[in-house]
Design a protein around this ligand. Structure first.
Ligand code: UDP
Ligand code: MG
Length: 312
């Protein structure tokens, strides 16, 4: 019976963390009774990450590397690792040691109890994040939960265990711009969340900028809901109704002979409705753009090289 664990780790400019990461995982998993693979996915790093990965994999039989052809983003890098993995369970975690390897034991315990997905969420506000980051993260989850059809715990992480039957379903999903944290909720199965306390990033700098985070928020809302389109329609309806009520008033003013004084209100109305129209068009355009990209059916990632056997 396959009992192997595949641990998938996306790496973007993590040359300083990899050695320590592998050592920590080896140390933690030494006292559990499961064989395991470490699948490290180099997501188009500009530093020497791939060299470190190659040399680690030549010394350590647990370690395998997957080199992507460029930077595809964390979710796509994780997807690459998940799809190439062949364990009875796949665990994803970050390369910077913010996800404590110790927790893997707890995940495995829940998996043995019969859970298909064991995900983690931050126990409390991340003590290492700046105040702005904390606020940003809260707004991020509030927005997603309010607008889209899935509910995410605040601080839910990409640190999770998934049974092979979940992986089989994930493989079937052919979505341009996947958002795994959402997809994982969407697939269902028996799920359990366990809290974890994030550690400080071991070395180097976080790759996510505000721009990337905003993009992620928009992607995740749009991937799980067309509600923004309803909002757009609602706004359009509200303002055209108001305009219909306003027009008789304008006409009566004209007939009564004091029309010219309305220049300011006219301009205000034009500008205002212009704005609303642009916004609605923008929302429709964004969905159309996503459809366009999806219609191309491009792969989520391209593998340049790997020392794993490729199944796809
Ligand atoms: N990462 C990646 N591709 C990217 C950005 C990040 O594979 O384009 C990886 C990174 O190497 C790390 C994980 O995703 O293993 C989380 O990234 P980071 O620590 O920069 O973000 P944060 O801790 O703020 O979530
Ligand atoms: Mg990090």
């Amino acid at each position: 019976m396959n009992r192997k664990l595949s641990i998938v780790i996306p790496c973007h400019n993590e040359e300083q963390n990899i050695e320590h990461l592998i050592a920590e995982i080896d140390r933690t998993l030494a006292d559990i009774d499961y064989p395991y693979d470490l699948i490290l996915v180099d997501d188009g790093s500009r530093d020497k990450t791939i060299d470190v990965l190659k040399s680690a994999s030549s010394r350590n039989t647990h370690v395998f590397y997957v080199e992507l052809s460029r930077n595809f983003g964390k979710d796509q890098a994780m997807k690459a690792g998940i799809e190439i993995a062949n364990g009875a369970a796949v665990i994803t975690m970050d390369a910077d040691l913010q996800h404590p390897p110790e927790k893997i034991k707890e995940m495995i315990k829940s998996w043995e109890e019969g859970y298909d997905i064991v995900y983690t969420y931050r126990a409390e506000a991340n003590p290492h994040a700046s105040r702005n980051q904390q606020r940003g993260s809260r707004v991020f989850y509030k927005a997603i939960n309010a607008i889209s059809d899935i509910q995410l715990e605040s601080g839910i992480a990409d640190f999770r265990l998934m049974d092979a039957r979940v992986i089989a379903e994930l493989r079937k999903i052919d979505e341009y711009e996947i958002f795994l944290r959402g997809i994982i909720k969407w697939v269902g199965f028996k799920q359990k969340g366990i809290p974890y306390t994030p550690a400080e990033r071991h070395m180097g700098e976080a790759s996510y900028s505000y721009k990337k985070l905003i993009k992620l928020a928009v992607t995740s809302v749009m991937a799980f809901s067309v509600r923004p389109l309803y909002i757009a329609t609602g706004l359009g309806l509200f303002f055209s109704l108001s305009a219909t009520l306003y027009i008789p008033y304008i006409l009566i003013s004209y007939l009564a002979g004091y029309a010219v004084s309305g220049w300011t209100s006219l301009l205000a109305t034009v500008v205002f409705f212009g704005g609303i129209q642009l916004m609605v068009l923008g929302i429709i355009g964004m969905y159309l753009g996503k459809l366009f990209m999806q219609a191309k059916h491009r792969p989520n990632y391209i593998i340049r090289s790997t020392n794993l056997e490729q199944t796809k």
